[in-house]
Design a binder for this molecule. Structure first.
Ligand code: 6PG
Length: 232
């Protein structure tokens, strides 16, 4: 079974369980290309899973572009997943990439506090799905933004160091307050970064993904053979 299929199976089980218990389920999605594999696996295998109607979708981060821009994380999720499952529009809480970033970080902070339970003074997600960049970034917390793991704000604006693209991201305390944090990493380009993080090398102290450490929740890695070839 491909790693994305295995993760899709776990997510579908979580969604179905929440559905059976009549509970809401909050999930924050990351962007980039890796989640596309997961979205396709979810649609192929689980689009009819009972429970999707109780799921609320949020985003870990968003590029500061309109939702119909090919770069939009929401746009990709909508195209590949959301329009194929029974999730009410009211349960989809996208980050407004088209808005002024300064106003959006406070608006989205309000969306989080208005739609999520609070635990330890921070909004609590049932599940946050994370990717990892070749430079060790996660969400849109890049090397050099490590202070965002101590930030008082729920959301912040960052700038992609390579492209200069403005981003909106949730911050580290929110990430680490989730009940369940799942990284999905595939491909040989991620192998070195995963090795550094898992072996806790000095170099990894520069990598934001190395600071993803749930306060009380679970941290789970879904890694394919190529990405995990140095940590088997
Ligand atoms: C984004 C993501 C980002 C992503 C990594 C990995 O908006 O780009 O949130 O953190 O997860 O950059 O991207 P790939 O999956 O494309 O390698």
């Amino acid at each position: 079974m491909l790693v994305a299929e295995a993760l899709a199976n776990e997510i579908a089980s979580l969604v179905a369980m929440a559905g059976k218990q009549g509970l809401p389920f909050s999930m924050a999605l990351s962007g980039g290309s890796t989640p596309d594999l997961l979205f396709e696996a979810l649609v192929t295998g689980y689009s009819g899973t009972p429970g999707w109607e109780r799921v609320s979708f949020f985003w870990v981060d968003e590029r500061c572009v309109p939702p119909d821009d090919p770069e939009s994380n929401f746009g990709s999720a909508k195209r590949l997943l959301l329009r194929h499952i029974n999730v009410p529009e009211a349960n989809i809480h996208r980050i407004w990439g088209e808005a002024d970033p300064a106003s959006e970080i406070s608006r989205y902070a309000g969306v989080l506090t208005g739609n999520l339970p609070v635990r330890n003074n921070w909004p609590e997600f049932d599940l946050i799905l994370l990717g990892i960049g070749e430079d060790g970034h996660t969400g849109s917390i890049f090397p050099g933004n490590l202070g965002l793991f101590e930030a008082d704000k729920l959301c912040e604006m960052t700038v992609h160091p390579g492209t200069g693209q403005k981003r909106i991201t949730i911050t580290g305390k929110v990430i680490n307050n989730a009940k369940r944090l799942i990284f999905l990493a595939t491909g040989h380009k991620k192998a070195h970064i995963l090795e550094a993080i898992h072996k806790k090398t000095t170099e990894s102290l520069n990598f934001p993904a190395a600071f993803v450490k749930p306060e009380n929740g679970e941290l789970i890695w879904y890694v394919d053979g190529e990405a995990g070839k140095f940590i088997r």
